[in-house]
Design a protein around this ligand. Structure first.
Ligand SMILES: [Zn+2]
Length: 376
């Protein structure tokens, strides 16, 4: 194992390897970028590289230090991640870490503190962490991993060297799906454009029936089924999803004892907020798929290349003869729906209104940009 297993992050890796080779490593590093692009993996390989006995700016994967890190029993690598019911990094976790880092590294190398989802640090935890970062212990590197650096205190950000991670290339997503998930080529090629460079989203698409549900709705709307009936169907599908999410989170919640003992009301509120947040994210992913479809139809209408389409596996089903104005109205309606969901409006109503908008026929009055031949 080494940096070489991390894909499509050449700039980030060059910076990290340079630091390791020169043995000049800042006390604070911020790994930021979209979900599912290799930040956590890179952080772990970095922890290995700075401690590797081979000292060549990478992790050999073979020496005792590398092996200990792989097996998670290296005394100088600390892991902090959100926990408990609120999924937060609380001040206690930061305090126990700061108590440990005042000692020299046990194994004589560089201590690496990996803080996953660093933006989930409670405000008090951030303030506590800031103090440590202001007077960093020697031979200690803090690696903050986050998709949302803006949720961190500016004073923390200014003390961290930022390493940006980018969305993966489509071919990489296909390759990982094929190699690690034994996904068929057809399926991998269908999922990759929709994943938009994130393995988290790709795996989510692979294991959920979300896309099938969206394609079914689009087909029904295109064949002029009553949008009211279609929206009832979709509502039933969403309610089923909500039930699943609620049951999953409830089971997780009851299995986790929380220190501090919150009142039952606070507990209930906490769970409700967590469920609502998860459902909101789920609904947004549905909207993203609807958006990709109508965007593709627009692209197709202006004869944009296939490479720009999200739903490449469904090309034959994309309507071609559409009016660009009509399609813009549909895309605006999806955008509006996303905003309503963000504001906690009831999804049943949002989708009913949206489906009426999406069901409007826009064929027959195709406006084509000058110079393009109708019918491709
Ligand atoms: Zn090594």
């Amino acid at each position: 194992m080494s940096f070489s297993q991390i894909r499509d992050q050449e700039i980030a890796l060059r910076l990290l390897q340079g630091m390791c080779r020169r043995e000049r490593i800042p006390n604070g590093l911020l790994f930021w970028g979209p979900d599912g692009v290799g930040k956590s993996l890179a952080a772990l390989e970095f922890a290995k590289a700075v401690n590797c006995e081979a000292r060549n700016g990478d992790a050999c994967g073979q020496c005792l230090s590398c092996r200990k890190i792989t097996n998670r029993n290296h005394g100088d690598i600390l892991y902090i991640a959100p926990e408990g019911k609120g999924r937060l990094i609380n001040v206690k976790a930061i305090e126990s870490m700061t108590e440990m880092v005042i000692y020299r590294p046990f194994e004589g190398g560089t201590r690496v503190v990996l803080i996953y989802d660093a933006d989930r640090m409670h405000e008090a935890a951030q303030n506590k962490f800031l103090k440590t970062l202001e007077e960093p212990p020697s031979k200690t590197v803090f690696v903050l991993i986050t998709t949302s650096p803006r949720r961190l205190l500016p004073t923390i950000l200014s003390r961290c060297h930022r390493i940006r991670f980018r969305a993966l290339q489509e071919a990489t997503v296909v390759q990982i799906l094929r190699e690690k998930e034994q996904c068929s080529e057809t399926r991998a090629l269908a999922i990759a454009p929709l994943a938009q460079g994130s393995m988290t989203r790709a795996l989510d698409l692979l294991h959920s029936d979300r896309r099938e549900a969206v394609l079914d709705i689009i087909k029904r709307l295109a064949s002029r089924e009553d949008p009211l009936v279609v929206s009832e169907l979709f509502t039933a599908h969403l309610q089923e999803k909500e039930k699943q999410i609620t049951a999953e989170l409830k089971a997780e919640w009851s299995g986790k004892p929380e220190e501090g003992g919150e009142s039952p009301e606070m507990e209930k509120e906490g769970l409700e907020a967590l469920v609502a947040g998860r459902i909101r994210r789920e609904v947004q992913e549905y909207l993203r798929l609807f958006d990709s479809w109508y965007r593709d139809e627009m692209m197709q209408a202006v004869s944009a290349g296939e490479a720009l389409l999200f739903n490449r596996d469904q090309m034959a089903h994309l309507a071609r003869d559409i009016s660009l104005d009509g399609q813009s109205v549909k895309l605006a309606a999806i955008n509006e729906a996303a905003r309503y969901i963000e504001r906690n409006m009831q999804s049943q109503r949002v989708f009913r209104d949206l489906f009426f908008e999406l069901a409007r026929p826009v064929t027959g009055t195709a406006l084509r940009p000058p110079g393009r031949q109708a019918g491709g």
